[in-house]
Design a protein around this ligand. Structure first.
Ligand SMILES: NC(=O)C1=CN([C@@H]2O[C@H](COP(=O)(O)OP(=O)(O)OC[C@H]3O[C@@H](n4cnc5c(N)ncnc54)[C@H](O)[C@@H]3O)[C@@H](O)[C@H]2O)[C@H](O)CC1
Ligand code: K
Length: 512
């Protein structure tokens, strides 16, 4: 049971799936009111921990017409009984039956209901129970003005299940949305919590585990769930640890990194440092000849393969040592190549080992009819685009930022590649339909070179686990989680301004 509860922490669902799971619970005779009571009491307890009566006495509760409003009324009742001064604002008068019952009881307890939100301006805390996962169409009319007013005020807001106005799946703002301080996600994590466009509304995200039976989740989603969030426990499980007692460097993977140019010399160092952080057994770096002394200086453990250069200082061709791809477990190619290394990317696409393409590797691929090239790859491919690169690679996918999870799934399905779609909430999809979401990150990583570190880290981790190809997406997600955590730890010690890419690489070893 403990294990199942832990598994449910990583499950991420859309609104339809949540409703189907809920329907199974109700069909098995759990009373709707009892489930609401369970969820909302846990919310009330958490709200009291966050905002104890010793600090806050007057609480405004915003109640919508559906069961999100019902949850809010249970919270209102509990806070009232604990001694808070509760004021309710319920802008829509036609309520679902259960919600209406709770409203009646709250009124009978003597909790005051007000006709306008302005009347609640003295409240020191607001509970947002206007809409939950039942919201599908844009908000209009008075409620828009109410939410705009609430957002202008400076008091903290706790949203129940999701900030009202956000689409549960895409995180899109449906007209207007509450800007929450905390969002308490009920039961299972919802997609919106991992969509970049929703983040500024969600505030701090917490899941209220009211005990969804695992069997109902698996019945709806299948097991393992197709969309999961990476956790520390999972990342630890997917790391190549412990190492066998008897091993040697080539058994711990051999990564070939193909990167750098005269213009972008540092990209090669940073990719190498990311690979170093992964613990990979052997690291070879193919780079333009003129970079060799510098690379040896920074990465003395790496084998530097110096390549002939074009006039512009890009790699002109791969010498035998780098073009015999059979020597390597994995290849990572792209950082700092410039667009002049087109033939290198064309060659590397034919390699019969797993390949990671990043940065210029992706830009060159985008000029080569990406999808058909990727479909012809003889081994697994991992692409690591940010939004701009994603749009160039997959022009057929409209507005990928409007639903990043759907977009990454579609890109992976089209190309047969594992796609890591970089963002504030990086999403990774594999052609088998598995999706991994990285739950936390830091804007400190929005800095030149941090992607190069990630490419090296992914490559180095993959090289150590190349025997379990079925699980590449797990390894990629572990690398992305690790990279984000290194950024978080570094920013914690040095502020968000103190995490240059070199520093980031030095924090990788502080995460686990
Ligand atoms: N996760 C769980 O298992 C539990 C969830 N609970 C809570 O229930 C809500 C979902 O409740 P539901 O009644 O289905 O939907 P909402 O409360 O989100 O609101 C729907 C309500 O609003 C009307 N509506 C929809 N769009 C609009 C609009 N644009 N303008 C005006 N009105 C609109 C619609 O007609 C409905 O009447 C979930 O989020 C949880 O908070 C349970 O309480 C516990 C278990
Ligand atoms: K809400």
């Amino acid at each position: 049971m403990v294990k199942e509860r832990e598994q449910l922490e990583s499950v991420v669902v859309n609104a339809l799936q949540m409703r189907q799971i809920e329907d199974r619970i109700f069909a098995a005779s759990m009373p709707v009111a009892a489930l609401m009571e369970k969820a909302a009491i846990l919310c009330a307890n958490r709200i009291q921990q966050l905002y104890p009566l010793s600090q806050i006495s007057r609480v405004g509760v915003l109640v919508g017409p559906g069961h999100n409003g019902g949850d809010a009324l249970v919270v209102a009742r509990e806070l009232h009984l604990q001694g808070y001064q509760v004021n309710v604002y319920c802008p829509i008068h036609k309520l679902k039956d259960l919600t209406a019952k709770h409203a009646q009881y709250a009124q009978n307890l003597g909790i005051p209901f007000y006709e306008t939100l302005e009347q609640l301006y003295k409240c020191e805390l607001f509970i947002d129970g206007l809409f939950g996962f039942g919201l599908t169409r844009p908000l209009t009319g008075e409620i828009v003005e109410d939410i705009e007013l609430l957002n202008q005020w400076s008091q903290p807001v706790v949203s129940i299940d999701i900030p009202s106005g956000l689409h549960t799946d895409t995180g899109e703002v449906l007209g207007v949305a509450v800007r929450a301080t905390y969002s308490l996600c009920l039961g299972l994590w919802k997609w919106a919590y991992f969509q970049d466009q929703a983040l500024e509304y969600i505030g701090s995200a917490e899941r209220i585990d009211f005990g969804v039976p695992a069997k109902d989740a698996w019945a709806v989603l299948g097991q393992p769930a197709p969309v999961q969030k990476m956790t520390l426990t999972l990342a630890q499980r997917f790391l190549p640890l412990p190492r066998p007692l008897v091993t040697h460097k080539y058994k711990q993977g051999h990564l070939l990194v193909i990167c750098g140019s005269y213009r972008y010399a540092g990209g090669a160092i940073l990719t190498g440092l990311g690979a170093r952080g992964s613990g990979v057994g052997m690291l070879s770096i193919a780079a333009p000849k003129s970079l060799k002394p510098m690379l040896v200086n920074h990465l003395p453990e790496a084998l530097i393969i110096d390549c002939p250069e074009t006039e512009s200082g890009a790699i002109a061709e791969l010498p035998n040592l780098a073009s015999d791809f059979n020597n390597y477990s994995v290849i990572a190619c792209g950082p700092g190549l410039t667009s002049d290394a087109k033939s290198i990317v064309e060659t590397v696409l034919q390699a019969e080992c797993p390949l990671i393409l990043d940065a210029d590797g992706l830009n060159i691929l985008a000029q080569l009819d990406s999808i058909s090239r990727l479909r012809k790859r003889p081994a697994a491919t991992v692409l690591t685009p940010h939004l701009g690169e994603f749009k160039r690679l997959f022009p057929e996918i409209d507005n990928p930022h409007s639903d990043r999870i759907k977009a990454v799934v579609e890109a992976s399905r089209l190309s047969g590649a594992i796609i890591l779609f970089k963002g504030a909430r990086t999403a990774i999809a594999a052609p088998n339909g598995c999706v991994w979401l990285i739950p936390e990150s830091t804007p400190a990583l929005a800095r030149g070179g941090s992607g190069d570190v990630l490419t090296g880290l992914i490559g180095g981790l993959m090289a150590q686990q190349v025997t379990c190809l079925a699980a590449i997406e797990k390894t990629v997600a572990t690398a992305a989680w690790w990279h984000a955590q290194a950024g978080i730890v570094a920013a914690g010690e040095r502020t968000e301004l103190g995490v240059d890419a070199f520093t980031l690489s030095q924090y990788l070893c502080k995460v686990f």
